[in-house]
Ligand binder design. Structure first.
Ligand code: NAD
Length: 300
């Protein structure tokens, strides 16, 4: 029977006929499209997956059929409720505590996931923080905290994922040996006053991702980035939680709406699927046009 919804739960139409003039109805090739997003038989790990964008990506990968490791650092309750949400939707998930900036915790997390699920096919390196300060006031603690979670954390997780992809050998359910998606930010190319630590970390993620992509492509491992613009989550609540703040924010977004977690989750799902099999070393900006220099829209 034709499934009534795609992996994200949105209704989809039954295959449409191209016309039955000669009595032999054919289906449109496009009807097969959503099946190429299937992640059945694959195992994914999403870092920082108890909240925000990570939670949305974990739910999307699980809906597409992957078993998902839901990494969290602090709140076990939030991670367990994410696992329960995925289970209620018919998916499989496991909560995994680890601070991604700590090597021993990262290695133990990967061990627990592969012991429970047998392998790893997809890493989404999403965990990140902000510690904002004017540049001349920025403390070493603020600098170190952001670089540790946002850049060292991605290095440690990506390195361990690549090691596991190579060690476990051919992937039964995927064209690539393994896939990595780094959650970066428009601030990997847009400078950000008052958040020099954050912009430096995301700029670092961009070159980490592209350099690793160059190194591991011959092994058929793909690594790409999703760079969100302004997405409605806890990390940037002050930017959208009042009408004045929303109005100001919308001036930076040509597409005219603030992004939702699902916008980023759909992009990550595509990058994790065989549908993007020839894409590696790329950054997909999911930003409603924020990186299009909207201030120049009227000629500058
Ligand atoms: P969020 O605060 O809801 O999510 C970040 C998650 O990462 C949290 O669950 C946090 O506990 C976890 N985390 C932070 N440091 C960690 C560590 N060392 N170890 C393990 N977990 C850790 O915010 P979000 O908006 O969902 O952010 C997710 C990612 O998206 C971040 O990398 C952020 O930089 C990026 N991003 C967000 C936006 C946006 O507008 N929301 C825009 C661009 C990029």
């Amino acid at each position: 029977m034709f499934p009534r919804s795609d992996p994200m739960g949105h209704a989809r139409e039954p295959p449409a006929s191209l016309g039955c003039g000669n009595g032999s109805c054919r289906t449109r090739p496009v009807a097969a499209f959503p099946d190429r997003l299937s992640l059945h038989g694959q195992v994914a790990l999403v870092t920082g997956a108890a909240t925000g964008i990570g939670a949305g990506i974990a739910a999307a990968l699980a809906e597409a059929g992957a078993a998902v490791g839901v990494n969290y650092r602090g709140s076990r309750a939030a991670a367990e409720s994410m696992v329960a949400r995925i289970g209620q939707a018919g998916g499989r998930a496991l909560a995994l505590q680890a601070d991604v900036s700590k090597e021993s915790e990262v290695l133990a997390m990967f061990d627990r996931l592969t012991q429970a699920c047998g392998r790893l096919d997809i890493l989404v390196a999403n965990a990140g923080i902000q510690r904002d300060a004017a540049f001349t006031d920025m403390s070493v603690d603020q600098w170190d905290a952001v670089i540790a979670s946002n850049l060292t954390g991605q290095f440690l997780c990506v390195r361990e994922a690549v090691r596991r992809f190579v060690a476990q050998g051919p992937a039964p359910a995927s064209r690539a040996l393994g896939k990595v998606i780094c959650v970066s930010s428009v601030h990997d190319i847009v400078p950000w006053a008052g958040r020099v630590n954050y912009a430096a970390s995301k700029g670092g993620v961009a070159m980490l991702m592209r350099s690793v992509a160059q190194e591991v492509a011959p092994r058929r491992i793909r690594i790409n980035a999703v760079s969100p613009g302004a997405i409605r989550t806890g990390i940037n609540e002050a930017a959208w939680d009042s009408p004045e703040a929303s109005r100001e924010l919308l001036e930076l977004i040509p597409y005219g709406r603030i992004g939702e977690v699902d916008d980023v989750a759909r992009a990550a799902l595509w990058l994790a699927s065989d549908d993007s099999d020839y894409v590696t070393g790329a950054t997909l900006y999911v930003d409603g046009g924020m990186t299009l220099y909207p201030a120049f829209a009227d000629g500058g």
